[in-house]
Design a protein around this ligand. Structure first.
Ligand code: BEZ
Length: 237
């Protein structure tokens, strides 16, 4: 039997997103080419017609406008066929009411990947968890097609979609303002300015007060960044 762990390298942060062509519930796609210029969240789920996945799809579809507002395209995948995907999404729309959500239409593409070819390219098959179902992987891909963050969850654990949105906004904010974001950062909280790169800058940071900047020590300074600045970032080249 083929040993998936030895022959498929896992994608890494900073890698170009592996390319593929796929059949989806919204027609054929070329990935990531079709979405260059946008951020992409590529996510896998274990199987259609399962409860955790249903709750996740409803939540993601319900937040789709929020992701579109931050220039982000959602793309789903599971090891199921196109007709299963279509039937499941129709059932969700017609029958399922959950957490105050109903009549939910999933209009982002859901990839069929019966061959597991795409799932394997992205390290979504993790044999210790399942050899036939994808784990709950989330890839954050930037407008140039580069993987910027990844989160993997096991089959039993539904994702936190507020965290997924927070990661996208934090990455966009870091790019737009050349800053980093501290633990539990949310838009409106202070951001981290790049660490001092010389003794002179380190001394200045400790000796000179700058409006809106707080230095806890020479290597750890934060500054204010308003929600308005986060929501209206300058264009990144
Ligand atoms: C679910 O989505 O409910 C699920 C799928 C596969 C294994 C366990 C749970």
């Amino acid at each position: 039997m083929e040993n998936i762990e030895t022959i498929i390298p896992m994608p890494r942060i900073g890698d170009k997103a592996p390319e593929f062509n796929a059949v989806t519930t919204q027609g054929n796609i070329q990935f990531p080419t079709d979405y260059l210029g946008k951020w992409i969240i590529l996510f896998s789920h274990p199987a259609d017609f399962t409860p955790v996945c249903t709750s996740e799809f409803m939540t993601f579809a319900n937040m789709q406008a929020e992701f579109a507002a931050v220039n982000t395209q959602l793309v789903g995948l599971s090891i199921d066929g196109l007709y299963s995907h279509i039937a499941w999404l129709r059932t969700i729309k017609e029958k399922i009411e959950f957490n105050g959500m109903k009549d939910i239409e999933v209009t982002f593409p859901l990839i069929e990947d019966i061959s597991m070819e795409i799932a394997k390219k992205y390290g979504m098959i993790q044999p210790g968890e399942s050899t036939t179902k994808a784990v709950r992987a989330v890839f954050f891909i930037d407008p140039k097609g580069v993987i910027r963050a990844m989160i993997y969850y096991p089959l039993s654990l539904g994702r936190n979609f507020n965290e997924i949105k927070r990661v996208i906004v934090a990455l966009q904010t870091a790019d737009a303002y050349s800053v980093a974001t501290p633990a539990n950062w949310n838009p409106g909280d202070d951001v981290i300015v790049p660490t001092a790169g010389s003794c002179g800058v380190a001394r200045d940071r400790m000796e000179t007060k700058v409006e809106g900047v707080t230095c806890y020590d020479w290597f750890f300074c934060t500054k204010k960044l308003s929600i308005d600045q986060v929501n209206n970032p300058p264009k990144v080249k």
